[in-house]
Design a protein around this ligand. Structure first.
Ligand SMILES: Nc1nc2c(ncn2[C@@H]2O[C@H](COP(=O)(O)OP(=O)(O)O)[C@@H](O)[C@H]2O)c(=O)[nH]1
Ligand SMILES: [Mg+2]
Length: 306
């Protein structure tokens, strides 16, 4: 823990600073990169696409720099109101950011979603750095194919090979960003990590547990809504609704003799406890809201539509 009084005297009020957007098609490693840069599991990560549903701010600080990273949902075609809201949040971030980081996964050949993403970045017309991520999984040939594809739209953009899961690689990226960002006054307090509340992060960690434990489409059709939060000297007692789209999904989420819901709860308690650094008691309720992903009003309640 840093000493706040010393920090105030030692910290420069100016330095390399700016707002950096993390963009790309789903599953390229945007949220993994954010978590590893911050050294904190703030954003939900999974091997399934569309894990991130809304913009998430994470603020990185060191002696010379303060960088506000904005994680975004993956760029994909909007089918439902939820997808439309996700795409809208990407567009907002494109306007807010000073520098665009485009995460690319060269292990998958460029496709329709890459085209959509590259076109959005081209239209934004801002400084852009292409990150060929997952270098531990990809060949130089695959990286070249991806780079050439994005360069058709963004011929001026610099590029870097990257491994978001590797600390050294993240440090290399931070150095590159510091060289690209201007000197200015820091906007945030050094102690600030995000504008998301603890509750927002907890709901996301619970959703991450759903994505890990449940198969195929089920977690994509689910949402999490925290209902209560009570602190005591024993820890924190949280209750949450797991929103389902169909009655028939209940049996899958509960599992045989409650085995699945127990697994979900256990995984979520572990993740939330590690984040809050407190003992956690978690009570889960299943609630069916038919077609919730198509309802703008319900998406507003979940703070997914603004
Ligand atoms: N091998 C490898 N896996 C990665 C790397 N970066 C991310 N991943 C994995 O890719 C998947 C998607 O990551 P996530 O951060 O959720 O992607 P997002 O949808 O772009 O936010 C997860 O399973 C990550 O563990 C990397 O550099 N190397
Ligand atoms: Mg993500």
């Amino acid at each position: 823990m840093s000493n706040k009084v010393n920090d105030i005297f030692a910290a420069p009020e100016r330095g390399r600073t700016g707002c950096v957007a993390l963009l790309g098609r789903p599953n390229t490693g945007k949220s993994t990169l954010l978590n590893n840069i911050l050294g904190c599991h703030l954003a939900a990560v999974s091997d399934k696409p569309q894990t991130t549903r809304k913009r998430l701010l994470g603020i990185y600080n060191d002696e010379q720099a303060q960088i506000a990273f904005l994680d975004t949902p993956g760029v994909h075609k909007a089918k439902l109101a939820l997808n439309e809201a996700m795409l809208k949040s990407v567009e907002q971030v494109l306007q807010e950011a000073d520098l665009l980081l485009c995460l690319i996964d060269p292990s998958r050949a460029p496709g329709e979603e890459d085209m959509l993403c590259a076109e959005m970045l081209q239209q934004a017309n801002k400084p852009c750095l292409l990150l060929l991520n997952k270098k531990d999984l990809t060949s130089p040939e695959e990286r070249e194919i991806s780079l050439n594809f994005y360069r058709q739209f963004l011929p001026e953009a610099a590029y870097m090979n990257m491994q978001a899961t590797d600390e050294e690689s993240c440090n290399g990226l931070l150095e590159k960003l510091k060289s690209m960002l201007p000197e200015d006054v820091f906007l945030f307090d050094r102690e600030d990590l995000s504008d998301a509340t603890e509750r927002d992060i907890v709901a996301e960690l619970l959703r991450e547990a759903l994505l890990e434990e449940l198969q195929q489409e089920i977690p994509h059709s689910m949402a999490v809504k925290l209902q209560s939060w009570q602190e005591s000297d024993k820890g924190v007692a949280i209750s949450a609704d797991l929103i389902l789209e169909r009655e028939s999904h209940k049996a899958i989420v509960i599992g045989r003799q409650g085995s699945m819901i127990k697994k979900i709860r256990r995984a979520a308690v572990r993740k939330i406890g590690a984040f809050l650094q407190r003992r956690v008691k978690l009570t889960l309720f299943l609630k069916v809201v038919p077609n919730w992903r198509k309802q703008k009003q319900f998406l507003q309640e979940l703070q997914l539509w603004n």
